[in-house]
Design a protein around this ligand. Structure first.
Ligand code: ADP
Ligand code: ADP
Ligand code: ZN
Length: 214
C-alpha cells in the first residue's frame, strides 16, 4: 500500500505513520527525519535545509523532490511505503506523481489528519524528540517511562527548536498557505481520506485502518 500522511505540523502524522508502517510492513519515509539526520551528520544538504527549518519555512522543492523520488525507487519500497511530511506543496505533489508514473504505480490513499489550529498550538509545546534516534514523545499524551530519557535508546529528549511557540505559528501559516491546497488536489484524484486527529492516538489509528481497509 502506498500512503501519504497529510496534516498540519503536530497533527500526529509521524505518530500514525510509524504505527501504520509497522502494521503494513512497509517503510516509513519522513522528509523531516531525513533533514534532521543530515543536519546531525553535518552534510551539505543538512546545512542548506537547517536555515529554512529554523525559520519555520519550507525547504525549497528542488532540495526535496529528487531525494524522495530516489528513495521510493529503492527495493524496500516495491510493496509500498508511507510518506510523512511529503508532499507539502503542489509542485512536490506533481513531482511525486511523475516519479510514481515512472515506477508504473500511483498513490492508494492520502490520509488527512484533521486537527484545528488551537489544539496544535497546545500540543506542540509538549512534544519531545530524542536526540539519538528521533523517537517522538509527548509530556502528557505519550510520556517516556523516565522523564527526559528515550525509552528506545536512552538518550536525552529535547524540545525541537522549531517547536517553540513563535515558530509553530509561522509553520501553521506556511501549512495553510502551501500545504492545505493538497487536500483538494488529492480529493480530486479520489484518494483522500479524512480522519479526526483530535481523538486519542489509538482511536486515530483505528479510524485510519478502517478507512483504508488495512
Ligand atoms: P512536523 O512533523 O512537525 O510537521 P517535519 O519533521 O515534517 O515537521 O518537518 C520539519 C521541517 O522540515 C519543516 O518545517 C520544513 O522546514 C522541513 N520539511 C520537511 N519536509 C519538507 C518538505 N516535504 N518540503 C519542504 N520542507 C520540508
Ligand atoms: P506531526 O508528525 O504531524 O508533526 P507528531 O506525530 O510528531 O506530529 O505529533 C505531535 C505531538 O503530539 C507529539 O508530541 C505526539 O506525541 C503528540 N500526539 C500525536 N498524536 C496525538 C493524539 N492523537 N493526541 C494527543 N497527542 C498526540
Ligand atoms: Zn531515542
Amino acid at each position: 500500500m502506498r500512503l501519504i500522511m497529510l496534516g498540519a505540523p503536530g497533527a500526529g502524522k509521524g505518530t500514525q505513520a510509524k504505527r501504520a508502517a509497522a502494521h503494513l510492513g512497509v517503510p516509513h519515509i519522513s522528509t523531516g527525519d531525513i533533514f534532521r539526520a543530515n543536519i546531525k551528520e553535518g552534510t551539505e544538504l543538512g546545512r542548506k535545509a537547517k536555515e529554512y527549518m529554523d525559520a519555520g519555512a519550507l525547504v525549497p522543492d528542488e532540495l526535496v523532490c529528487d531525494l524522495v523520488a530516489d528513495r521510493i525507487s529503492k527495493e524496500d519500497c516495491a510493496k509500498g511505503f508511507i510518506l510523512d511530511g511529503f508532499p507539502r506543496t503542489i509542485p512536490q505533489a506533481e513531482a511525486l506523481d511523475r516519479a510514481l508514473e515512472n515506477l508504473g504505480t500511483s498513490i492508494d490513499y492520502a490520509v488527512d489528519i484533521d486537527v484545528p489550529d488551537e489544539a496544535i498550538i497546545s500540543r506542540m509545546g509538549g512534544r519531545r524528540a530524542c536526540v539519538g534516534c528521533g523517537a517522538t514523545y509527548h509530556i502528557k499524551f505519550n510520556p517516556p517511562k523516565q522523564e527526559g530519557v528515550c525509552d528506545t535508546c536512552g538518550k536525552d529528549l529535547i524540545l525541537r527548536d522549531d517547536d517553540k511557540p513563535e515558530t509553530v505559528k509561522t509553520r501553521l501559516g506556511v501549512y495553510h498557505e502551501q500545504t492545505q491546497p493538497l487536500i483538494d488536489f488529492y480529493s480530486a484524484k479520489g484518494v483522500l481520506v479524512t480522519v479526526d486527529g483530535t481523538q486519542g492516538m489509538d482511536d486515530v489509528f483505528a479510524e485510519i485502518v478502517s478507512k483504508i481497509g488495512a
